[in-house]
Design a protein around this ligand. Sequence first.
Ligand code: FES
Ligand SMILES: [Fe+2]
Length: 385
Amino acid sequence: MPHQILPREAYTSQTWFQREQETLFDGHWQLAGFDGDFSETGDYITLRAGLTPLCVVQGNDGELRAFKNLCRHRGTELLEGRGNAGKTLVCPYHRWTFGLDGQLRGIPDRAECFPDLDRKANNLHGAAIGRWKGMIFVNSDASADFTAWISPLNTAPFPHDINDPALEHSETFTYRIQCNWKVFYENAIDGYHLAYLHEKTLGGPKPGLNEWEQHGDHLIWYSTERDGIRNRIPMFVEQQAAGTGMKKIKGADDPGYGGVYMLYPLTMIVPSPWSLTISTLEPVDATTTILRSRTWSPKSWWSYKEPLDGTPGYDPETGLIESKNWTDHPLETGDFQTEDVWVCEKMQRSMASPHWSVAALAKGAGAEDPIRSFQSQVADDCATE
Ligand code: FES
Ligand SMILES: [Fe+2]
């Protein structure tokens, strides 16, 4: 029987979280944004990889480049949020100015204050960038090999094209969840709970009919309820939508179309016949995680897109979706995401107790085996020696 590998501290302690920040998130690939986020010279996005601020900038030549978002003078964060930087990247502190290619261009009072400084030695520190299917990934390690990380997915079907003009995307949904990022991740790859926690929303696909397949660092889930053919959604959900007039994504009825893709460690891609949702996990601290999701669906009189203000727990003041704002019981919302958040927060609260333990994990590739393999990846990445 598979067993729990990670100790309770892995989900609760700030010391463990700090180690993850340094050895797991800093130096792993993560989703920064999408092709559609960039159109003009100077467009930029900022994000963090563990403790390291990063940015992606569109240059004069149209190329996207990733840098450490740290001014080379005294290291302050250079860019904020997202937007357009214009023709140069200017540090707000003492106005050192960098080109969109990261080269140091201007130093105020240079002759007087920095007579000996080698300008060429103080360009922005680079970061690695990789593009895949309309998504832009970055890694704080400038020498990281994107192909090595992503290529194991090349043997899996991925028929989605988020740049297809027939699709439109939703606003970004931002969930603030009171649990460790691994609690959420493990729930997402737990095929055993689908039939029970989600009985009303996903209709109960049994573990024997789920499949999780490992592709390098990544996992892909399929349902095989329909005559053993791999599918991306439980039949119950598909039947519920039948006859509603919702438009399907092109190719959605093709055999072997899509799965649920977990791109280790922080990106999740969840397709259905009517939509494609791409989410990132942003670990905030040991017991708090931000989840950001955007959904693409066919342009249509009625799309699969859920309205943001109709999402249980959404607060227009903060723009966040949080359990403290729920008005109905999660199991009465008809929303499987809300069910997941509910159970993840319950799990996190119980982990605070020294009496928390795991009897065993459910055996089977469609049950809880993937949790064990995820935990051993994390344990390897966080090993101290
Ligand atoms: S820290 Fe950026 S100009 Fe001084
Ligand atoms: Fe779930």
